[in-house]
Write a protein that binds this ligand. Structure first.
Ligand SMILES: Nc1nc2c(ncn2[C@@H]2O[C@H](COP(=O)(O)OP(=O)(O)O)[C@@H](O)[C@H]2O)c(=O)[nH]1
Ligand SMILES: [Mg+2]
Length: 342
């Protein structure tokens, strides 16, 4: 691929922007250079994660939200908004992703809106990393807001959601047992909760259930930091602790297909941004996010270096010894890693 000019991206050149995102998706050698060039020009965008089970109406909701932000007459200059649709459940361009493109088509004539689906090659470890890289490029390109739509399914999606300054968790009535799984993983990271499909029976019930769960989750995580294991999770918990001290996640009941309740949600997303900035939690979140990024990258790099220097034969021998219970896995790891750093 011919060289992409980072300045063109900053100047708002759409073609350069699209090509840069493709370079990242393909892990092209240019990827690192572009990110390095653009990183100093980032830190301005409000990153909003929208997550929840497939079919809850996230894409419909995002479409309406973007329209609301773009048409907000109370602002002198409407924010430029970029949307990243991440859907690891559809690795190819069929299914949900194609549907998203069609649904979001009515936004495509707007120069202040940029929409991009991110194909996932099933490499879940790379999902969070690529999404972060996408956000870096879009931030440098001058988007005031970056909305990331992601399926709330596993740890990778939680990681993606944690990229965001503001996390919106979307539920729909009648999802039954899903509420249990959401409680376990996703509820803790929600800054705002949405019960979509309020035109369906049971929406009020779901909203009530979520409010109860939210209270429970809040009470159980209001523990002093330091009770939660490793130093990294301490940082995370401190973060959540601060967040929950002063921000109580609101629950919105919405009918996305009709645009009902969207204005209130849009206002709360803005309010959350203002809250983060006024309290300084914005900077704390940024610092934690960058620390997590750096930690993950260093881990990858060290593992790679170690693997490159690895004597495969020795490894197989030690593994065999572990299988035969001559070494414990911990002893084996000490042996293999210490040998390499001598
Ligand atoms: N009845 C009803 N259906 C909705 C609403 N919002 C979205 N849907 C429908 O739910 C289906 C899934 O929506 P989609 O936005 O693709 O969900 P996603 O998988 O979470 O992105 C589509 O058929 C939408 O038209 C709503 O508020 N009420
Ligand atoms: Mg979708």
């Amino acid at each position: 691929m011919s060289k992409i000019d980072p300045q063109a991206i900053q100047n708002g050149d759409r073609l350069a922007l699209s090509r840069a995102l493709t370079v990242i998706e393909n892990d092209d050698p240019q990827s690192l250079e572009i990110q390095a060039d653009l990183f100093p020009h980032t830190g301005q965008s409000h990153i909003v994660g929208v997550t929840g089970a497939p079919g809850t109406g996230k894409s419909t909701l995002v479409n309406q939200l973007v329209k609301a932000f773009r048409q907000n007459k109370s602002e002198t200059k409407p924010p430029k908004v970029a949307v990243i649709a991440v859907d690891p459940t559809s690795p190819f361009t069929g299914g949900a992703l194609l549907g998203d493109r069609i649904r979001m088509a009515d936004l495509s004539g707007d120069k202040g809106v940029f929409i991009r689906s991110m194909a996932s090659r099933g490499a879940l470890g790379g999902l969070a990393h690529n999404t972060a890289a996408f956000a870096t490029i879009l931030d440098a390109a001058g988007f005031d807001m970056i909305v990331i739509e992601t399926v709330g399914a596993g740890q990778a999606e939680v990681d993606v959601a944690q990229l965001a300054h503001t996390v919106v968790v979307v539920e729909a009535p009648g999802m039954g047992d899903d509420i249990q799984s959401i409680k376990a993983g996703i509820l803790e990271i929600a800054d705002i909760l949405v019960v979509n499909k309020a035109d369906r029976p049971g929406a009020d019930n779901t909203a009530r259930t979520l409010k109860v769960m939210l209270d429970m989750a809040q009470n159980s995580s209001n523990l002093p930091a330091g009770k939660h294991g490793t130093s990294n999770s301490d940082h995370l918990f401190q973060d959540i602790y601060i967040k929950q001290e002063t921000w109580k996640p609101p629950v919105h009941t919405i009918t996305a297909t009709e645009g009902k309740g969207i204005a209130g949600l849009a206002a709360d997303i803005q309010a959350h941004r203002a809250y983060l900035q006024d309290t300084g939690v914005w900077q704390i979140k940024e610092a934690h996010r960058l620390r997590r990024d750096l930690d993950a990258l260093i881990r990858d790099k060290l593992l790679q270096q170690w693997q490159q220097a690895l004597d495969q034969e020795q490894f197989e021998g030690v593994l065999q010894d572990v299988i035969e219970r001559k070494y414990s896995p911990i002893e084996a790891a000490n042996l293999l890693v210490h040998d390499k750093t001598k």
